[in-house]
Design a protein around this ligand. Structure first.
Ligand code: ADP
Length: 191
């Protein structure tokens, strides 16, 4: 399997680049944000609970997302590989992901970190809010999500750097140029 984590702050372009990865490499895209938004739309118990955190820009508790991911990794164990988008977001989730993959004799091949400066992130998210109507793309919630990103998610970079899987990708430029940098990193894995 080819297992890629697409990592970065809110607004860094994880979803956009994931779609291109799916197209080129035929990987299974697991976006915890998309999965949780589906649950909210379907008005499930998990959705109601998730919404109470997401609408404030807080993280949904680790146990909930880890459980969802564990089930999906099992369900799609015959996939060519996974793109983990928006997961892991905490050190506990990072450790859990390693263990979940290990159960299937798998590992993470690369963590692609999309690097975009803060002002550009805020700009992109405010614009997305006007177009997509995502309720968490408003100034107050964006600020909260960026704070949460720095406090809880960014430490994962050191975690993966130590493991040797972290690859920094310049996240500003054309979508195709950014994808070009991603392709070069993936080609080096040689799978
Ligand atoms: P963005 O990266 O722009 O914030 P996402 O769709 O990845 O967009 O996430 C939206 C929200 O969903 C997050 O702010 C958080 O509340 C929740 N969420 C998504 N993934 C996770 C996760 N792995 N752990 C906890 N909460 C999550």
């Amino acid at each position: 399997m080819l297992n890629i984590v697409i990592f970065g702050a809110p607004g860094s372009g994880k979803g956009t680049q994931s779609a291109k990865l799916v197209e080129k490499y035929g990987l299974k895209h697991l976006s915890t944000g998309d999965i949780l938004r589906e649950e909210i739309k379907a008005d499930t118990e998990l959705g109601k609970l998730a919404d109470s955190y997401m609408s404030k820009g807080h993280l949904v508790p680790d146990e909930l997302v880890i459980d969802v991911l564990d089930n999906l990794i099992g369900k799609y164990s015959d996939a060519k590989g996974f793109i983990f988008d928006g997961f892991p977001r905490t050190l506990a989730q990072g450790e859990a992901l390693g263990k979940m993959l290990e159960k299937h004799g798998e590992d993470i091949d690369a963590v692609l970190s999309l690097e975009v400066e803060e002002e550009e992130l805020i700009d992109r998210l405010l614009k997305r809010g006007q177009i997509s109507g995502r309720t968490d793309d408003n100034r107050e919630t964006i600020e909260s999500r960026l704070k949460v990103y720095h406090a809880q998610t960014e430490p994962l970079k050191e975690f993966y750097r130590t493991k040797g899987s972290l690859k920094n990708i310049e996240g500003v430029g054309s979508i195709d140029d950014i994808f070009g940098s991603i392709e070069r990193e993936i080609d080096q894995i040689g799978k």
